[in-house]
Design a protein around this ligand. Sequence first.
Ligand code: ATR
Length: 286
Amino acid sequence: MASEDTIIASPIQAGVIGWPVNHSLSPRLHGFWLKEYGISGSYEALEVHPDNCAEFLATLSQRGFSGVNVTVPHKQAAAAAVDVLDDNARRLGAVNTIVAQSDGTLFGSNTDGFGFLENLRAEAPGWTPGGGSAVVLGAGGAARAVVAAVLDAGAPEVLLVNRTREKADTLANEIGGAINVIGWDKRSAVLDGAALLVNTTTLGMVGKPPLDIDLSPLPLNAVVNDIVYAPLMTPLLQAAKRHGNPTVDGIGMLLHQARPGFRAWFGVEPTVTDALRAYVLAAVRQ
Ligand code: ATR
């Protein structure tokens, strides 16, 4: 039995909130790291209804959590619910990582752009941000993080191509900087001179139509990154390989975006390895 002055540290608790959340790969990913580093902690999937999101976050520390990741559809609500936002999360209007600080206040950040860039740098070391325009397909939540990240990294301009033009205009106005909105019908022509092509649309995903794009105007040294990871080798990446371009698949962004949260909650800087990648991919329907 512990003496009165013995402090028994309870295991650190973290998780991911979403609705639904059973599709999330985050428990598998953080679970791998917890085991790898021998940390006595937990990371669980937390199904939180949108009506209960604010209340859940307001009581996060009382519930014993050191923090949580936030997934669809709570990222915007989380940005409104936390006490402090970092600059990037404020700019994106969306939070994917919350850390409960020692005084009980919640710190919200968005690590999606960090994850995107870290993966791109690791998998395509030849990409020089200043080497040409970045063409981004899509204008949803993932596109916002990608556009902001490539501009911050030094891309001279982003050519933002989306089926619904108004959504791209709104994104461009809210993020600011050198973003030119291009019509969906120009998605091939705009590749001339690009250093990077990123697909953030759902096209090419399991159960969705393939992305129909002619890569012939794309310079051969341009990096093609699809953030879709089910399947890992999307029709776009297959076409890019045939065309001769370096390619980057989508699972790495997910793995790298998780690093800052894990470090903040569990106190260990985790590493993205081939073993982690294979373990997480084993749960993805290809
Ligand atoms: P996320 O937040 O994960 O990025 P999203 O907000 O659902 O996902 O965004 C999906 C993106 O895929 C959007 O850019 C969407 O285009 P619209 O803004 O026009 O809806 C794009 N998308 C989905 N289906 C498409 C299709 N058949 N053709 C072209 N773009 C499509």
